[in-house]
Design a binder for this molecule. Structure first.
Ligand SMILES: NC(=O)c1ccc[n+]([C@@H]2O[C@H](COP(=O)([O-])OP(=O)(O)OC[C@H]3O[C@@H](n4cnc5c(N)ncnc54)[C@H](OP(=O)(O)O)[C@@H]3O)[C@@H](O)[C@H]2O)c1
Length: 325
């Protein structure tokens, strides 16, 4: 009998292709099925990745008893609907980031998965690359003392396609939910939940943020200064400042392969931390291992963290006046 975990890919767009490439190299992972809203698109994906089943609707994928776990890779605004569809049909789910559009969606998905004893995780792959493990080790060992502040950015100059996923409000557009989520997640991982959130944004004519600048404060008086933008290439670096030094997480910080340790202005140590493939392999392995061990959540990225992250994003959105339907 095959030991493989059978994956279904729901929404075969840009990221689903990269993800499927990585699935091919993970041991005991099988691209078993793909589902698109359009049979031709499903077949196209099928001809590239050769799954056993090709479906022209998401419902058929959810109804396939052979599928163990579904990767939900639609635009953000539909993560909730299709994750719920899969959970209700007894499937484990890895859903792309952001898990949902708001706290209520994330809480409902969590409760659904828990009540059914199913695995559910947000696709924050950054948590599983080796650099993140090293960063947390250095911080927990107080190598730079107590954390004073974090600075992190994520910006790229996007094609200004106002109907595309990045700018269309109905699809969940805007820089914050698409890429701002990475610096926000880093701050949550290192400093926890902020007690105060300030944010300001530049909005597009479609009513989403093309630039978002955030300042978080914590009850130990540390600060996080974070930004995201779809209008300009920014360094995509993270700095963690401590009482005894600083850590630089080299670009692109959310899947970095280099961490530098500084004392004052001088580098005193650096770590080269290669990841496998494009970096998604580690996240896939986490899902595979958790499911095989009968876990319904990842200990490294539990649902509680996704809920906390969503609550922070909700607060930032309230500050910048960004509401989705
Ligand atoms: N982890 C990462 O590094 C990473 C990187 C990029 C994106 N993402 C996340 O992945 C998700 C998808 O991003 P993407 O860039 O792959 O998106 P995309 O290519 O624009 O869309 C993905 C697919 O979603 C399906 N879809 C379902 N309902 C749709 C609708 N109403 N409008 C448009 N498409 C719809 C489409 O497939 P069919 O119509 O064929 O079913 C489409 O091909 C986002 O939530 C994003 O945050 C993650």
């Amino acid at each position: 009998m095959s030991n493989n975990l059978k994956w279904g890919i729901l929404g075969p767009g840009k990221i689903a292709r990269k993800f499927a490439e990585e699935l091919q190299v993970v041991e005991n992972a099988e691209i078993y099925a793909v589902a698109s809203r359009d049979m031709d698109r499903a077949k196209q994906f099928g001809s590239d990745f050769n799954p056993s089943k090709v479906y022209g609707s998401y419902l058929e994928l959810a109804q396939d008893d052979e599928v163990d776990v579904v990767y939900v890779a639609t635009p953000h605004a539909f993560h909730f609907e299709y994750t719920m569809l899969c959970l209700k049909h007894g499937k484990h789910v890895l859903v792309e980031k952001p898990m949902g559009m708001n706290e209520a969606e994330v809480e409902t998905m969590m409760n659904e998965a828990r009540s059914r004893g199913l695995f559910l995780m947000e696709g924050l792959w950054t948590r599983f690359v080796p650099a993140t493990g090293k960063l947390l080790e250095l911080i927990n060992n107080k190598v730079i003392g107590d954390i004073v502040a974090i600075r992190a950015d994520f910006g790229f100059k996007s094609k200004m396609d106002m109907q595309g996923r990045l700018f269309e409000k109905k699809l969940g557009g805007g820089s914050l939910l698409d890429i701002g989520i990475y610096p926000v997640y880093l701050s949550l991982l290192i400093l926890g939940i902020p007690v105060d959130i300030m944010a300001t944004a530049r909005m597009t004519k479609t009513g989403v943020d093309s630039y978002c600048s955030m300042m978080f404060s914590y009850d130990n008086h540390s600060k996080a200064s974070l930004e995201s933008t779809l209008e300009a290439h920014t360094p995509i670096e993270a700095y963690i400042y401590g009482t005894h030094g600083k850590i630089k997480v080299a670009t692109r910080f959310h899947h970095s392969e280099r961490i530098e340790l500084y004392e004052e202005e001088d580098i005193i140590e650096h770590y080269d931390l290669k990841y496998s493939g494009n970096g998604y392999v580690h996240e896939i392995e986490e899902v595979q291992n958790c499911i095989k061990e009968g876990k319904t959540e990842s200990p490294r990225l539990p649902l509680k963290t996704s809920l906390q992250l969503t609550r922070i994003l909700d607060k930032v959105r309230a500050e910048i006046g960004l509401q989705y339907e």
